[in-house]
Design a protein around this ligand. Sequence first.
Ligand SMILES: Nc1ncnc2c1ncn2[C@@H]1O[C@H](COP(=O)(O)OP(=O)(O)OP(=O)(O)O)[C@@H](O)[C@H]1O
Ligand SMILES: [Mg+2]
Length: 510
Amino acid sequence: MEQLDRRETRFRSLIEHASDLIAAINTEGLIRFQSPSVERALGYLPGELLGRNVFEFIHPEDLPQVRLAFRGAVSEPYATVSVEYRFRHSKGSWRLLQSTGRALPADGDERLMVLNSRDVTEQKGLEAQLRQAQKMEAVGQLAGGVAHDFNNLLSVICGHSELLEMSLPPDEQSRESVAEIAWAAERAALLTRQLLAFSHQQVLEPQVLDLNTVVAAAEKMLRRIIGEGIRLITSLQPNLSRVRIDPGQLDQVLLNLAINARDAMPRGGCLSFGTCNIELPSVYIEAHPEVRPGPCVLLTVTDTGCGMSPEVQARIFEPFFTTKAVGQGTGLGLSVVQGIVEQSGGHVEVDSFPGVGTTFKLYLPAVEEALTTASQDVPAERPRGSGERVLLAEDEESVRLTTSFLLRRLGYRVLEASSGEEALRLAEASREKIELLITDVVMPGINGCQLADSLRSRDPGLKVLFQSGYTAEAVLHHGIMETESTFLRKPFTLAALDKKVRELLDQGSG
Ligand SMILES: Nc1ncnc2c1ncn2[C@@H]1O[C@H](COP(=O)(O)OP(=O)(O)OP(=O)(O)O)[C@@H](O)[C@H]1O
Ligand SMILES: [Mg+2]
C-alpha cells in the first residue's frame, strides 16, 4: 500500500511539473483534470477549469476541426489524434495550442480522454517571419537578376538617345521624340532602382547636399508626374542645414511620395513640399529611442487627398501592403522610402486624417560638412579627354559599344575587351601605358574585381572605374570604394561618365 502511495505521488509530481499541459476530459468535453502548468500557459488556476466544457474556450473558427478530431478519438480508443487550434487565454487573447489526444477505454462510470497540449504561438510566429524573410530574399535575388540585364539595355537606350540628341540641330522637330525616349528610359531606370533599393542591392553614393536644391531640381519631374489637376507648392526655408544622402535615392523618395499623393487625389488638390531646420524636442527623443538626438532637417510632403484610416496607417510601411487594385500598386513605395531614409540615419512619420489629407515627415540628421560639388548633369560641351588610353572590359556587347562610343566622343582612346581574360591579354600586348580601366563588375570568368587586382599587381597606380547595374555583396567585400577607384551606376549618362572619368584621371596627378 505504501509503495502504491509512493508511486502515485511520483506520477502526480511528474504531471504537475511537466511544462506541457495535461488534461483529462470526458466524452462531452467536460474537464475532469487539468495540470497546474495551465496557470503559466493560459492564465487559469487548474481548479477554475474543472467541470467547464473545453469547447467554450476554443476559437469559433477552429471548432469544427477540433470537434472532428475529438469524435475520431472517442470512436477509436488508444488511437492518437492531433489538432492545432486557438484557445482563449484568461486575459482574452488567443494562444495557438497543438494537442494530441487519445481516449481511454471506459473505466467505471465515465470514459475519459487524455489531452497533451503545447503552446506554439511564438514558434508559429517565428516560422511565419522566417517564411516572410525567405520570400523577401527570393524577391531580392530576382530583382537583382532582372535589374542587371535591364540596366544594360537601359544603358544603350540612354547612351544612344543622348548621342542622337547631340547630333540633331537645335530646331529639329524629332528632338522632342528623342527627349521622350530619354525620359521613358529614365523612368525605367528609376523603377529598376526601386527594386534594387528594396532588395538592398544598390550601391550607395551618399553626398552632402542641400534639400532645397534637390527639391527645386525635382520640381519639373514632379509636376509631370502629378499632372495638371494638382497644384504643386514648395515652401523651402532659406539657409537650410545640409544632409548626407544619396541624391538618386532622394529623388526616388520624392517620386514615391508624389505618386502616392497623386493617387490619393484623383479629383485634384494640392501637393506641397516644405523644408525647415528643426531640433527634436527631448520628449520626442525619449519616446523614440531609435532617433538620434541633434539638429535635423525636416522635409514635409503634404497632400489634400483621401487620407487613411488608422488601420491602413498602421501598415503602410510594410512591403507589399497596398490598398490599390492589382496592377495599380505593388505596395513597395513606402517601404522603399522608409528604407532609404533610415539608411541615411533619419526616420519617417506620417499624419493622416480620412477625407482631409496626409503629411509625411522625413527627418534627416543635419551635417556640418561642405557640400559635395556636383555639376552633374551639365553635358560635356567639348572633348575633355586628351587621348588618354582607356581599357574597357564589358561582356555585354551593346553596352560595350555604346560606352566606347561615348568615351571616344569625350576624347579618349579606347581598348575594348569582351571579357576579363581578353582585357588581360590586351593590357599585356599594349605598348602604351593604360591610364584607366573601366570594367563591368559582374562578368563570367574573370570578374571586374579580379581583373582590377591582377592589372594592379603590375601597375599599382592604375585608376579603376567599376560599372554595374547592381552590387552583389562580393563587390562591396572587394573594397570597391577604396581610393583610386570609383563606381559608376548603370545606366549612366554621358555627363556622369565624363565626370567620373575626369575625376579619376585628375586624382593624384596634380
Ligand atoms: N498620400 C497618401 N494618401 C492616402 N493613402 C496613402 C498615401 N500614401 C500611401 N497611402 C496608402 O499606403 C499604401 C501603401 O503605399 P505604398 O506606396 O507603399 O504602395 P502603393 O502606392 O500601394 O504601391 P507602389 O508604391 O508600390 O506602386 C497605399 O496603397 C495607400 O493605401
Ligand atoms: Mg506608392
